[in-house]
Design a protein around this ligand. Structure first.
Ligand code: IPE
Ligand code: IPE
Ligand code: MG
Length: 232
């Protein structure tokens, strides 16, 4: 019998933070109360990831499809985002965190874009940890963005490496582990290219209840996955 593998701690963990609405609904609260509670879970998870030795955390905060939600919810989400971004930018140096934002700029309002640019440029020198926020993010749009960049370079033929190098964050390693909360088991247009050999962990926990213990369970599950990469 072959031995149980022991994978090292993943360098890059990506999370589809899902279930805020259902968390609020269970408590007869407005959906925005769920998003507020979700922002607290982000803070817990960031600390847990740093403690565990993870180097990069990508968080799916707003998808290109989330614009179909009620205007009031979108406005609330962006207000919360502005508050969170401002707090993280202020604290980033203390924790050695570099902020990255991945997604399309259109149709984000100029105020948010300025805040994003400031957050990214003023934390660029930090090297201990990378927090990559997927915001107005869609994986199909990201691949199209890469192909268009290559067309502008007049490429006649492209390689796998060419596409990888023209994604939003060409310098980040692919995520070894992708977590989705709330019991849903789908990618919802997240990291289609980068997930080619990711391990998946689907957690029944709703995002606002996600904590260090559940993050540790995901890491423990990952640790013993047999990753074959097409080999034997
Ligand atoms: C995830 O929670 C947060 C965002 C998509 C912004 P949801 O808002 O999707 O929560 P559910 O899926 O309705 O419970
Ligand atoms: C995915 O969650 C997007 C984010 C977590 C930001 P959704 O709640 O939007 O996904 P679907 O609609 O259930 O697939
Ligand atoms: Mg959802």
């Amino acid at each position: 019998m072959s031995q149980t593998p022991v994978n090292p701690v993943p360098q890059h963990v990506a999370i589809i933070m899902d279930g805020n609405g259902r968390w609020a609904q269970e408590r007869r609260l407005p959906r925005l109360a769920g998003h507020n509670a979700g922002a607290k879970a982000v803070e817990r998870t960031l600390k847990a990831a740093q403690k565990a030795g993870v180097k990069v955390l990508t968080l799916y905060a707003f998808s290109t499809e989330n614009w179909t939600r009620p205007q009031e919810e979108i406005a609330g989400l962006f207000k919360l985002l502005a508050q969170t971004l401002s707090r993280y930018t202020q604290q980033a140096d203390k924790y050695g965190v570099r902020l990255l934002v991945s997604g399309e700029r259109e149709p984000l309002p100029p105020a948010i874009l300025n805040q994003i640019d400031h957050a990214v440029s003023s934390t660029a020198h930090n090297t201990r940890f990378t927090l990559n926020l997927a915001l107005n993010y869609g994986a199909r749009q990201e691949i199209v963005h890469a192909v268009n960049a290559l067309l502008r370079e007049d490429k006649k033929e492209i390689t796998v490496q060419d596409i990888s190098q023209h994604l939003y964050q060409p310098d980040l390693p692919d995520p070894e582990l992708i977590i989705r909360t709330s019991g849903e088991e789908r990618l919802s247009n997240f990291l289609l290219w980068q997930a080619a050999y990711s391990e998946f962990y689907f957690s029944p926990v709703l995002w606002p209840d996600f904590d260090e213990a559940e993050f540790e369970r995901a890491l423990a599950a990952y640790r013993v996955r047999r990753r074959r990469f097409g080999g034997v």
